[in-house]
Write a protein that binds this ligand. Structure first.
Ligand code: FAD
Length: 597
């Protein structure tokens, strides 16, 4: 066991510090539109754009020769030949810094490539993502120079495939409840790692695991369990793998349990300080989620393109299926959602690349929206293909199965919505608390009261506004800005009504999160479309396709936001609660039907 006094003070070089690093979505909860974070829409330099095109060309050439997603789905495994060809094109080191043998790609480039892989073979994207987005990301962000030199060059070449081991049987969404332990050996040279991690992507391919386990630490005479991160070589004695999990989709990605039994992990392999493991895991997942968003966005575009081609040539009632309005609506909404999903991840990748910005809620939003849109759109594509859509001879059913996982891993969408709401509520909550305290001692707190009242007065008189959206989109900008104001008011009244109890009010959290997420997504489309209008020197006809998507999405987001915020006041929550409680208690969804009696 480790005594905390023996460890150096925690240093957190990469961990988000929200007070110093601004966040667009957190600003929304305060009624602020931090335009400098979302304008101008990011773009690649010419050199970066050229190298991205070269990478995509090289991946497409490789995929044409080696990737058969249907076969991977059938066989549930990648061939060694496919994997080594994939490694040989250099993508395993795409976002590993050049100093350690990687390509050092920006978040924009990395995630665009992620999207291409996702559209080609989602299982391969999971292989790529489990390795780089989460498997060896901890080393890149938190590794010591020695650790990086030791492992990253082999990760970059693909000689060491990495995996991320957080989940356990009893701890999924509640990762802190993990039971794996790491106990410092008597001579202090190593830890003994014990426990079982489940659902580990790449487990069977991996040479290196990033593992999270609890280390007992003595804090002022009391022993506490502190989550700590380690890099563990997969061939260490005491490691064994479970059987390959049978899964609904992404079958070739190799998901298994990993058992650790008295595995000796040298102290040099601890990642970061004792006790920083949970924050390290969150930081890794924060950036990792962006890949799932770009993969989902490109994936939905790919399968819908297949469905559009089919619907264009398939005739029923003497006309192409694509000419029916119920089908056209599916196509158009998918286009608008794809536009928004792309705009959001690209805007967020720009924040990651700028540095110094807290992007945790933005990456969560990108993942939640793109995964749900992708599942919806993929389902619509299947529907457009009719009976063929259901056939295993065609790609639609696999696309539906493959896309489903995106709503579950790297933080389920429920948990991420709660994260967006609760993190967003933090600053307004602190302001109100400060006001509450100030009101108890008004003489000494005139400053706090004054600045709060000034803020409120400003809110009441000057509603927040967009100043950098192109004038052709001013109607949409006005609608969305109005919802920022409405959100901040709703946040304030929810905090006054529930106080700390808001932590347990998920009906409220979900609505606030949905509103904030929709506002961010709409803002991303407005920023993207503005950049396109400016690039076209104001020739709106030339960018009509962009403008239509941005407008349709913004109006949808506006209507949903208004609905969500209104439902905070008028809703059926008490009845929903009663129904759910009855169902859980009775173990039966609904009252008996007349035919059951
Ligand atoms: C194919 C696949 C690959 C995976 N790869 C990896 C990997 O590489 N590494 C790794 O560590 N893990 C991995 N996982 C695990 C994955 O991250 C977890 O499955 C996920 O975090 C959910 O945990 P759980 O399955 O225990 O579900 P639970 O946490 O038990 O959740 C069950 C349901 O309850 C909901 N829920 C839970 N808590 C709350 C709450 N507070 N509020 C509202 N709803 C809540 C959830 O959203 C979900 O709908 C993988 C899983 C799968 C299926």
């Amino acid at each position: 066991m480790t005594n905390v006094a023996a460890t150096s003070p925690a240093s957190e070089p990469h961990l988000a510090a929200p007070d110093e690093h601004p966040s667009f979505i957190k600003g929304l909860f305060l009624g602020e539109i931090r335009e400098d974070l979302v304008f101008p829409f990011p773009s690649l330099s010419t050199a970066e754009s050229e190298s991205l095109m070269a990478i995509l060309d090289s991946f497409r050439a490789f995929a044409a020769d080696h990737v058969d997603t249907r076969r991977h789905d059938r066989e549930g495994r990648f061939s060694e030949e496919m994997r080594s060809a994939f490694h040989s094109i250099g993508l395993m080191g795409l976002n590993i810094p050049e100093a350690y043998g990687g390509f050092g790609a920006s978040a924009a480039v990395f995630n665009r490539v992620f999207g291409e892989i996702g559209a080609t073979d989602p299982a391969l994207a999971v292989y790529f993502g489990a390795h780089q987005s989460i498997g060896c990301k901890g080393l890149v962000l938190f590794g010591t120079e020695e650790q990086k030199q030791r492992y990253l060059p082999r990760c970059a070449s693909g000689d060491l495939v990495a995996a991320f081991c957080l989940t356990e049987t009893g701890s999924g969404s509640d990762a802190q409840a993990m039971r794996a332990t790491a106990t410092l050996g008597e001579d202090g040279s190593h830890y003994l790692l014990n426990g079982t991690k489940i659902w580990i992507s790449n487990a069977g391919y991996a040479g290196l695991f990033t593992v999270f386990a609890k280390v007992a630490v003595n804090v002022s005479g009391t022993w506490k369990e502190k989550v700590t991160a380690f890099v563990v070589e997969a061939d260490s004695p005491g490691i064994s793998l479970g059987k390959i999990e049978g899964k609904m989709g992404i079958k070739a990605s190799d998901t298994r349990a990993v058992h650790f039994e008295n595995v000796r992990v040298p102290v040099e392999n601890r990642l970061g300080e004792v006790g920083l493991g949970f924050k390290i895991a969150l930081e890794i997942l924060n950036s990792g989620r962006l890949g799932l968003a770009s993969g989902s966005a490109r994936g939905m575009r790919h399968i819908m393109n297949e469905a559009i081609a089919y619907a264009g040539q398939r005739e029923q009632f003497g006309q192409p299926v694509a000419s029916f309005e119920m089908i056209r609506r599916k196509i158009a909404l998918a286009a608008a959602e794809c536009y928004a999903a792309d705009a959001a991840w690209m805007l967020t990748a720009g924040m990651v690349d700028r540095g110094g910005i807290d992007f945790s809620l933005e990456t969560a939003t990108c993942k939640v929206f793109a995964s749900e849109a992708s599942y919806r759109v993929t389902n619509d594509a299947l529907q457009m293909a009719g009976g063929l859509g259901y056939s295993t001879e065609f790609p639609y059913e696999q696309a539906v199965r493959d896309s489903r996982i995106m709503l579950i891993f790297e933080g389920t969408n429920e948990v991420l919505r709660a994260l967006v709401a609760l993190m967003g509520l933090q600053q307004p909550g602190e302001r109100l608390k400060a006001l509450g305290q100030a009101l108890q001692d008004p003489i000494h707190s005139l400053g706090a009261i004054g600045s709060y009242l000034a803020g409120r007065a400003r809110n009441t008189i000057d509603r927040p506004d967009f100043t950098r959206v192109h004038e052709v989109l001013e109607d949409e900008a006005r609608l969305i800005a109005g919802q920022v104001y409405a959100l901040a008011r709703a946040v304030e009244s929810a905090l006054r009504k529930y106080g700390k109890r808001i932590i347990h009010r998920q009906y409220v959290q979900e609505r606030l999160a949905n509103a904030a997420m929709d506002i961010f997504l709409a803002t991303a489309t407005l920023s993207r479309a503005t950049a396109e209008v400016e690039r076209a020197n104001g020739d709106v006809a030339a960018v009509a396709a962009e403008l239509d998507c941005a407008r349709v999405f913004s109006h949808m987001a506006y209507r949903r936001t208004r609905r969500n915020l209104r439902a905070l006041r008028t809703n059926q929550d008490a009845r929903l609660d009663a129904i759910a409680e009855r169902a859980v208690e009775a173990g039966d969804l609904a009252p008996p039907a007349p035919t059951d009696r």
